[in-house]
Design a protein around this ligand. Structure first.
Ligand code: UDP
Ligand code: MG
Length: 317
């Protein structure tokens, strides 16, 4: 198979306003790197002209590859497809909206040449993002850190470089609900951070509305730890213990005092608390059962409609 030194994977979903500029910046940087490279765009079911723009550019630039999904499968799946198709010895994953500055790739490549197998971008600052996004991101990484014993690096995105060995290892992890930065951490290898300042989106608006963010966050937690399930055990233990204490108190009242308990208020209170907890725990169980269901179905992760720019491989076949 023909191969290049560096594959750059760019997932895109409705990025027509920015994608041309992204291409231009990436091309400049990669030409500077002095390595052979491919720019592997994954079109995640965009409803705008993103794919047309790239396929047009592919006619003039043989370094461009395009994988066109049959519909929107989500960012993490798009990146996965990019890793499946990448032929490089080093694979860089970068957002299409220029929030991750392409120039940082040069520093990542340097670290890679020094022998590191995972070079992840660590965000020093995040420009132009809402306080809500920053606050929820901050909280999410702390909760995830507490639940998974701190193993997944904080404040990193998917902007990173991985070695061919890491990419091959990742291909063996075929879970359906994918939290890539956790998975890359799980496979191990020598990891190092490169610090950078996250820019504003160059154009367009976020393709990660709250709903997708919540799905992403729950994949991060529920696919990486089963600690939430233990909540049932802890709470059950705590509640039955306090229930028992309360029972002793009630018995004492009944036997040794004259005060008659009306009963209503305490019953309702206890009822509400218990029902709430039971529902919460059922919900947590549901999260895991749902994920097991997804795995059991064994569907492919994504469906590709068209592949463009992989012609060198075709010639060899
Ligand atoms: N993206 C994607 N599929 C989606 C949503 C987003 O491929 O369903 C891409 C998007 O085009 C961008 C990257 O994932 O390249 C990150 O998305 P975005 O910048 O909207 O997220 P944010 O930076 O706001 O978290
Ligand atoms: Mg963005």
């Amino acid at each position: 198979m023909s191969s290049v030194v560096c594959s750059v994977v760019i997932p895109m979903y409705n990025e027509e306003e920015v994608i041309q500029e992204t291409y231009r910046r990436l091309k400049t940087v990669m030409d500077q790197s002095g390595e052979s490279y491919e720019l592997l765009f994954v079109n995640d079911g965009s409803r705008d002209r993103s794919a047309q723009i790239i396929s047009q550019l592919a006619k003039t630039d043989s370094n461009i590859r395009l994988i066109d999904f049959s519909r929107n499968f989500g960012h993490q799946i798009a990146v996965t497809a990019g890793m499946d198709y990448a032929s490089g010895q080093a694979i860089v994953i970068i957002d299409a909206d220029l929030q991750d500055p392409p120039e940082v790739i040069l520093r990542m490549l340097e670290k890679w040449r020094e022998g590191y197998e995972v070079v992840y971008g660590k965000r020093l600052k995040r420009h132009g993002e809402t306080i809500f996004k920053k606050a929820t991101a901050y909280l999410f990484y702390r909760i995830l850190g507490a639940l998974t014993n701190d193993k997944i690096p904080k404040d990193t995105g998917d902007f990173r470089l991985i070695d061919r060995k890491v990419c091959d290892a990742m291909k063996k992890l075929n879970e359906k609900n994918r939290f890539l930065r956790g998975m890359i951490n799980w496979v191990g290898f020598r990891q190092v951070a490169v610090e950078y300042v996250r820019d504003e989106r160059w154009a367009g608006e976020t393709k990660y509305p709250l709903k997708k963010m919540l799905k992403f966050a729950s994949d991060g937690i529920f696919s990486f730890t089963y600690k939430p399930l233990k909540l049932a055990t802890y709470l059950g233990f705590l509640l039955s213990f306090s229930g028992f204490l309360y029972l002793l108190y009630v018995l004492y009242q009944k036997l040794f005092t004259d005060s008659t308990t009306a009963g209503w208020a305490s019953l309702i209170a206890v009822n509400l608390v218990f029902n709430g907890i039971i529902l919460l725990i059922l919900g947590i169980l549901g999260e895991y059962v749902g994920r097991i269901y997804e795995e059991v179905k064994g569907r492919p992760l994504y469906i590709v409609k068209e592949e463009i720019g992989f012609r060198e491989d075709e010639e060899e076949n």
